[in-house]
Ligand binder design. Structure first.
Ligand code: SF4
Ligand code: SF4
Length: 468
């Protein structure tokens, strides 16, 4: 091991959002679409658990690196609950040991919820953890891909974890993937989170699993272990996608379906990450790397101290170094990482450069840029049709909300404007969502109930969201 380089760079970013994977990619379930599972192949023969020494080095360096008062300590996986509670108690102690006066630390924790019990919740509550819970929708949808190693659905066990969080008043947000099983059910999925789970924060992540002609068949079977063969290491290559991936345009339709519900009932009550960041983008602020002009401020830390450019690029080519040899800030500020982040802007296709929603979209995440543009250029975002649809469709309402904010009013006042427009148009005109159905039987007052069973009645939460 070489000497630690302690000279900190002066041109470093004031803050960044690192995702730490204390148990590597190891998980207690085996979701079919989860290519992170395949990353175990990067560390064969290793027990993927972060040691006390790596934990301490990480927390110390993270706090030393920040010049912003806010610091986020973000845990994810794999499944971080596999580390046991003691590890996180220690992480909180270390934060207190190394926190400089004035530094405010927010702890976040992404989990599938299965091992979340009273002990975890008491701890989360005591230290104000913001817990991200992975749920893909009501039971039938969730259990399409979120399976355990015996190929059994995990919905009931996840809801058990959620009930614990709920009972203890732990703040949680829902992280929902958008995939082939739920892409046509945006509204039902959203209503389930809002009305049955009482969610106030929701985040949607498109599933785009790339494959080549050679890997497609294996990839379609899933990234989990198959009898008689080793896991395939997922890398960001190929211009095909698995059958579980969301359709490019369908991703936009899914978001629009939810937006049309949200803008009528929930503005200021339920926070949908992409809607929030889109509104911010109207003021030139980019809170989410995916739609920012450049990125590179969200590196990933593996259990052994290795740092990669991004959680989506945990592969050998994107390894920046190890915190036991090089200070975290030097890795984040390294020329390789700056190039990684600037390439996002510098590799936009001509189609993106002349696109009218480019200031909002910025070409999306580089990991999804493997399609051909309309002009036949490589490097177009696979989700482009959906992104364009979403940003264009939401533009009038977003502009109204931006205008309200500029006047010092609440963006939620947009709901009255939308209601007035609905009344003027009448119930039997086509729904503005673009479904082709009449408004009354789509996003209007007679909108159908979810066709899915959701949470079993025995454990159902009180209706918390406004009914629609
Ligand atoms: S590669 Fe994508 S996910 Fe990673 S930092 Fe850049 S925009 Fe964000
Ligand atoms: S909508 Fe499509 S063309 Fe426009 S900036 Fe986004 S990815 Fe590029």
């Amino acid at each position: 091991m070489s000497m630690m380089d302690n000279t900190l760079p002066t041109h470093a970013p004031p803050g960044f959002h690192l995702l730490a994977k204390p148990s590597g990619s190891t998980c207690n379930i085996d979701c079919t679409y989860c290519f992170f599972l395949s990353k175990e192949a990067l560390y064969p023969n290793e027990k993927n658990r972060m040691s006390e020494a790596t934990l301490e080095a990480y927390i110390r360096q993270l706090l030393e690196s920040h010049r912003t008062p806010q610091v986020t300590v973000a845990w994810q996986g794999g499944e971080p609950t596999l580390m046991k509670l003691e590890f996180f108690r220690r992480s909180v102690e270390l934060v207190e040991k190394y926190r400089r006066p004035g530094q405010v630390v927010q702890h976040t924790f992404q989990t599938n919820g299965i091992l979340v019990d009273d002990d975890w919740c008491v701890f989360f509550k005591e230290h104000n953890f913001l817990v991200g819970l992975s749920v893909d929708g009501p039971r039938e949808i969730h259990d399409a891909y979120r399976l355990d190693r015996r190929k059994q659905g995990t919905f009931d066990r996840v809801m058990e974890g959620w009930r614990h969080l709920h009972r203890h008043g732990v703040e949680f947000n829902i992280l929902c993937t958008v995939n082939a099983a739920n892409e046509k059910h945006g509204r039902a999925v959203y209503r389930f989170f809002r009305d049955e789970m009482g969610a106030k924060w929701v985040q949607f992540i498109p599933i785009v699993e790339r494959a080549t002609e050679e890997t497609l068949d294996i990839a379609n079977e899933g990234w989990s272990e198959q009898p008689g063969r080793k896991r395939l290491l997922y890398t960001q290559t190929g211009n095909l996608v698995t059958k579980r991936s969301v359709g490019g345009e369908q991703y936009g339709r899914f978001l629009v379906d939810i937006f049309e519900e949200w803008v009528r009932h929930d503005v200021g009550e339920v926070y949908v990450q992409l809607f929030d960041v889109t509104l911010e983008a109207y003021f030139g602020r980019h809170l989410l790397c995916i739609h920012a002009p450049t990125c590179g401020y969200g590196p990933a830390l593996e259990h052994n101290g290795d740092v990669y450019s991004c959680d989506h690029f945990v592969e050998p080519k994107y390894k920046l170094g190890n915190i036991h040899q090089t200070h975290l800030l030097n890795l984040v500020a390294s020329p390789e990482q700056r190039k990684f982040g600037d390439d996002k802007r510098d590799t936009l296709t001509p189609q993106c450069l002349r696109c009218e929603v480019r200031p909002l979209c910025n070409g999306g995440c580089p990991k999804d840029r493997f399609a051909l543009s309309r002009d036949g250029d490589p490097g177009q975002n696979y989700l482009c049709a959906g992104l364009e649809l979403f940003f264009k469709h939401t533009s009038p309402a977003m502009q109204e909300m931006a205008q309200l904010l500029k006047q010092g009013r609440a963006p939620s006042d947009v709901m009255a404007l939308v209601a007035a427009e609905d009344a003027r148009r009448g119930p039997y005109q086509p729904c503005p969502c673009g479904s082709g159905a009449k408004f009354r039987f789509c996003h209007g007052s007679r909108a159908p109930r979810s066709p899915f069973s959701g949470v079993s009645p025995a454990g159902a939460a009180p209706q918390q969201g406004p009914s629609a």
